[in-house]
Design a protein around this ligand. Structure first.
Ligand code: GLY
Ligand code: MN
Length: 451
């Protein structure tokens, strides 16, 4: 990523905030003993303005200028981690105007605003240094958070270059997953094939991959189920570039290579919702309306299949669609797979809006008018979640609008989701993940070619 872009971001921030800004990259977190650590992932706010994932580094921004606080690697590090670049070279690589050891940071915090970092050790150090709790943000920290949100909500060209790379690698991972399915016995084998593609590109997974024949468990973290011929395999796998930019794709395909008639019926209705949502995306459109459109298309499809009864508007108003589509239509995507979600709903929700407590809206992660340059996911789904469908209160509330006997005929559809990454453009949309097919025929022929 060019220094020109990063410096422009710093200048734009300087126009929005009055106070100096101090951002922490964080450090690697230990797993089971101190020296055995999870891979380091720098804070996204740090990455946005520094451009490089420096560990245990702090930047101070004032009037577009950057000061770096970082310690020289200890002498022993060369043995275990290899020779580290000198501080001067690191500072030059991020366009720092000056650099200091970390111990001097305490002399530079006066009037500064900061954003809470995710790693708990650094967060503690951060609170001690500022002598205040920095989460939730208040006062000047809140003003900074709002400024950062306004910058990161839409993507500059350099970010889009990275996001397109992440999308391309996730597409290749999904193709590999489809290729691997025919010979695989377990979910883990397909996951391995998919993540192998990401790792081979020197990227990492943007989040814990979901590769499961139990797609009704929305964030399923198990990979040990056997693949049976009648199963649908749901794969929600995304890549993250070395600079931290993410992609997020879900496809659902039949293990046997052919959708059953019931699987195909439901798949087609999820795809109809997906396509209708993307068709409607344009600057100025409310993302909540996109979500409600998905709800309406799914409700209509379920009425057509005889699973729901009644008028579609009434069904959506009473959240009947949420029995089968209980999550939001998607989220912001950028440096974080759920971009800026470390800030709670400060990014996802327009100022003055709060989460609904409605069954059908409570998991909506984004409630803002769309703007050109935003990248969002569109990910409608259909799930038969036992915890929902056997819930006594929900059963009672929706007893008459669900044809339970008819629903029982769709037992081989536990979970389907179709997810693409959609850039809002001045004239509509660009689907960054469009090269990965999603139609029944294209998926079946991909699986057939493989088989
Ligand atoms: N890809 C996982 C999610 O969007 O929650
Ligand atoms: Mn997603």
């Amino acid at each position: 990523m060019s220094l020109t872009t990063i410096k422009l971001r710093r200048q734009r921030l300087a126009q929005l905030v009055e106070n100096p800004v101090i951002l922490f990259s964080g450090g690697a977190v230990s797993r089971n003993f101190p020296a055995n650590r999870f891979p380091f992932r720098a804070s996204s706010h740090f990455l946005y303005f520094a451009g490089l994932p420096l560990e245990n580094a702090v930047i101070r921004l004032e009037n577009g200028k950057l000061e770096l606080f970082l310690d020289e690697a200890p002498p022993g590090a060369a043995l275990w981690q290899g020779e580290m670049p000198k501080l001067e070279a690191i500072a030059a690589s991020i366009g720092a105007d000056a650099f200091y050891p970390l111990a001097e940071l305490s002399e530079y915090t006066a009037n500064a605003a900061t954003v809470a970092v995710c790693d708990p050790n650094t967060y503690q150090y951060q609170c001690e240094l500022f002598n205040r709790l920095v989460a939730p943000p208040m006062g000047k920290d809140l003003a900074l958070v709002k400024a950062i949100v306004s910058l990161r909500l839409t993507h500059d060209e350099a970010a889009l270059v990275e996001l397109r790379k992440a999308a391309a690698v996730a597409i290749a991972a999904h193709q590999a997953g489809m290729r691997a399915t025919d010979g695989a016995k377990t979910e883990a084998e397909v996951r391995g094939a998919m993540e192998g593609v990401i790792i081979a590109q020197n990227m990492s997974c943007a989040y814990g991959s979901i590769v499961t024949v139990h797609g009704e468990v929305l964030h399923n973290e198990r990979y040990d189920h056997q693949l049976q011929p009648g199963d649908l395999l749901l794969a929600d796998v995304g890549a993250e570039t070395s600079l931290g930019w993410a992609s997020d794709i879900t496809r659902t395909w039949p293990v046997s290579g052919k959708f059953s008639p019931t699987q195909r019926d439901i798949y087609e209705l999820v795809l109809a919702a997906h396509d209708a949502c993307i068709e409607k995306i344009s600057p100025g459109v409310e993302y909540r309306e996109i979500h409600l459109l998905a709800a309406a298309v799914i409700a209509q499809g379920l009425v057509d299949l005889g699973i729901l009864r009644g008028n579609v508007a009434d069904l959506v108003a009473m959240d009947a669609h949420a029995l089968f589509f209980p999550h939001g239509i998607g989220h912001l995507l950028g440096l974080d797979v759920h971009d800026l979600e470390d800030l709670g709903d400060l990014a996802g929700y327009e100022s003055g809006r709060v989460r609904s407590d409605r069954f059908g809206l409570g998991y909506l992660r984004l409630d803002r008018p769309l703007q050109a340059g935003m990248l969002v996911t569109i990910e409608p789904g259909f799930y038969q979640v036992p915890a929902i469908l056997t819930n006594r209160d929900l059963r009672a509330k929706y007893e008459t609008v669900v044809n339970w006997e008819r629903l029982a005929q769709f037992q081989d559809v536990r979970g389907i989701r179709i997810e693409d990454d959609v850039l809002v453009t001045p004239s509509g949309t660009e689907i960054l993940t469009a090269e990965l097919p999603n139609s029944v025929t294209a998926i079946e022929s991909l699986l057939m070619v493989n088989g």
